[in-house]
Design a binder for this molecule. Structure first.
Ligand SMILES: Cc1cc2nc3c(=O)[nH]c(=O)nc-3n(C[C@H](O)[C@H](O)[C@H](O)COP(=O)(O)OP(=O)(O)OC[C@H]3O[C@@H](n4cnc5c(N)ncnc54)[C@H](O)[C@@H]3O)c2cc1C
Length: 426
């Protein structure tokens, strides 16, 4: 039997695998349960506007994502607003990368940070310098909170810088987030290539950024993408695999679903029950995105503004990103009191937080909350993530949760897709 690969799931991981394989001349068939491409990073249409299921932010270090976006014909220069790293909060904290080569751009940026005292800035630079010397490796993983305490980071720096960064990067509260994974992200941001720390804010919707052009590329090279087709059962035969007792046989299967869907599917094959049990133990963190549409003249002082001590962690000005003037997207990462609020209560609370930062803000015309209850896996201390290869030859996993030194991100997803494809090619 020639090589013929079934890919289950058309999120960013599954489509990255599909593009990698068709580019090598391999026949692929992608099966996607829902009617849309992109999984957890996709377009939604609300009030006639093309929005996303959640505001996403990328950084320049997402090299594989940028490579693949380019490979499917999207020019990152137009698709992203690229800004040198700058973190600003409504309460006056400001960190801006200096115009210097890495790592001095951020070390000097930290020394010049506004809104925290001189001693706090020195403590921050000391922490970073100490971990650079150790190549950002911890002898033993710990929670970000315990790690900050051990390194005597002042409360002001913890609250203004480290905790918001941890929540944004790992979508896991500092009290349980893995310090090692956080350091991996810091490593690539501080010591990566020039531009690795840049913020990349999508100017186009997430489906147009990669999933749709990727599916077009797959189809143009002879692959098949089937939407609205959930695979429920895998069968193994001497000649390969069958899906849901169908006629077609595949030499390889890449299971590119999130763990809560991959587990039950893998459990249909004998021998994979331990892997399915392991996936069932993975825990998740939610993300809520609230879009608030204000009159067109409303804008934030910066495209991405941080908030402390309230419900929202970040607010994004969609007017300066995608021309959707007056539209603000508030992001609430992780679990919290907001989960028990009704949509209109949450929107009202977020409007009040925005109004504190933007005096004179008029009432929004409409607001919509999108709750992704299992937005990402909880990136906890000691979490063991499964490798791409399984104990069954030619049955491979892809997804942001597979073994990687990155948290649940688009970059982890596309890297896993590439790794799964390389296993299928081997
Ligand atoms: C609100 C939100 C905000 C986020 N913000 C950021 C951010 O700012 N930056 C960042 O880098 N990352 C962010 N992420 C994380 C990022 O979106 C994910 O890491 C990434 O999309 C995961 O891709 P994936 O392909 O691994 O999984 P998924 O996107 O979950 O794809 C799996 C696909 O498999 C399909 N499927 C499941 N079961 C079956 C079946 N039986 N048969 C067929 N198909 C099936 C699903 O429908 C889905 O399309 C965010 C996520 C969310 C939800």
């Amino acid at each position: 039997m020639g090589r013929r690969v079934a890919i289950i799931g058309a999120g960013w991981a599954g489509l990255a695998a599909a593009v990698t394989l068709v580019d090598q001349g391999i026949a692929v068939e992608v099966f996607e349960a829902s009617r849309h491409l992109g999984g957890r990073a996709r377009r939604l249409t609300i009030e006639g506007l093309e929005l996303d299921n959640g505001q996403h932010i990328l950084i320049g270090a997402y090299a594989e994502t940028l490579r693949l976006v380019r490979a499917v014909g999207v020019d990152p220069a137009g698709a992203f607003l690229r800004l040198p790293l700058e973190l600003r909060t409504a309460s006056g904290f400001r960190l801006r990368a200096a115009s210097l080569p890495p790592p001095f751009h951020l070390l000097v940026g930290l020394l010049r940070a506004e809104g925290i005292g001189f001693g706090d800035r020195i403590a921050t630079v000391r922490l970073v310098a100490a971990h650079r010397r150790r190549a950002y490796r911890l002898a033993r993983d710990d929670s970000v909170q315990a790690w900050l305490q051990r390194h005597r980071q002042p409360d002001t720096v913890r609250d203004a810088l480290w905790t918001p960064l941890c929540t944004a990067a790992l979508n896991t509260p500092a009290v349980r987030a893995s310090a090692q994974v956080f350091l991996n992200v810091l490593r690539d941001t501080i010591d990566g290539d020039r531009g690795a720390s840049d913020l990349l804010l999508p100017r186009i919707d997430l489906s147009a950024l990669f999933p749709e052009p990727a599916a077009r590329r797959v189809e143009s090279l002879g692959g098949v993408v089937r939407l609205g087709l959930a695979v429920r059962r895998l069968e193994r035969e001497p000649q390969g695999f069958r899906l849901d007792s169908g006629e077609e046989r595949f030499s390889h299967v890449i299971v590119a679903c999130a763990p809560q869907h991959a587990g039950p599917l893998l459990a249909t094959l004998s021998g994979l029950e331990p892997l399915a049990t392991r996936l069932a133990r993975i825990e998740y963190e939610p993300i809520h995105t609230c879009y608030l549409q204000y009159p067109e003249q409303v804008a934030l002082p910066f495209p991405m503004l941080g908030f402390q001590g309230g419900l929202a962690q970040w607010a994004f000005d969609r007017g300066s990103l995608s021309g959707q003037r007056g539209l603000i997207a508030c992001v609430l990462s992780g679990a919290g009191a907001h989960e028990s609020l009704a949509q209109d209560e949450l929107a009202a609370a977020l409007h009040a937080e925005l109004a504190d930062a933007l005096p004179g803000l008029p009432a929004p015309r409409w607001a919509r909350v999108i709750a992704e209850k299992r937005a990402t896996f909880s990136c906890r201390v000691g979490l063991e993530r499964p490798p791409n290869a399984t104990s069954i030859p030619n049955l491979v996993l892809a997804g942001d949760y597979t073994a990687s030194d990155y948290p649940a991100t688009l970059e982890a997803a596309v890297r896993s897709g590439g790794a799964a494809a390389r296993l299928a090619l081997a």
